[in-house]
Write a protein that binds this ligand. Structure first.
Ligand SMILES: [Zn+2]
Length: 191
């Protein structure tokens, strides 16, 4: 059942962008951090792309949640945010979400992070799922198989990210490790 809450929903333009990325790259689609901003001058809402994460070889969903929340918080504080398109005022990041694709669910796992009140507040985070058809929805605890699938997806993305970042030696080492884990892995044979 989709969550009908605009503060959690992905803005239409960014939803379309993410849908396109998933369509062209499938399981290899890189993890991204996306923000939701509000203009401090005129209050207009805006979707913000805060960055991609290439160190995405999570060993568990728990690690995804911890790292996703940490990165969302850091990127929303340090990320360069374009000024308001309506009035040119500066944007406040109201929330940020870390997206990592799960090939078994055919959806992104999303760590949705909201800043806490006040300077030293820690912020809070929740794990959700997203795809362009259903939007944001709650996610039940993953089964052991589903979690293993996600860890496997993440290992591939980290290898791809290494090649893209021109760290081919590390990329080759990661592929080698995947090969030794399972030489008949269908993802290895297609890449
Ligand atoms: Zn504005």
């Amino acid at each position: 059942m989709p969550i009908d809450d605009t503060s959690v929903a992905l803005p239409a333009d960014l939803a379309e962008l993410r849908r396109g990325q998933i369509k062209s790259h499938g399981v290899m689609v890189l993890d991204v951090v996306i923000g939701q901003g509000t203009c401090v001058k005129c209050g207009a809402p805006s979707g913000l792309t805060l960055g991609a994460n290439t160190a995405c070889g999570f060993r568990s969903v728990e690690e995804l949640v911890e790292t996703g929340a940490k990165l969302a918080a850091r990127m929303s504080r340090q990320g360069k945010v374009a000024p308001c398109s309506a009035c040119g005022g500066s944007m406040n990041v109201a929330s940020a979400q870390y997206h990592a694709f799960h090939s078994g669910l055919g959806k992104d796992l999303v760590v949705h992070w909201t800043p806490g009140e006040g300077w030293l507040a820690k912020g809070s985070s929740a794990l959700l799922a997203w795809d362009s058809a259903d939007g944001m929805s709650p996610v039940a605890a993953l089964s052991a198989d589903e979690e293993a699938r996600f860890v496997h997806d993440a290992a591939y993305r980290e290898a791809r990210a290494c090649f893209e970042m021109e760290d081919a030696a590390r990329g080759a080492e990661l592929v080698d490790r995947l090969y030794h884990a399972d030489p008949n892995d269908p993802l290895l044979m297609s890449s």
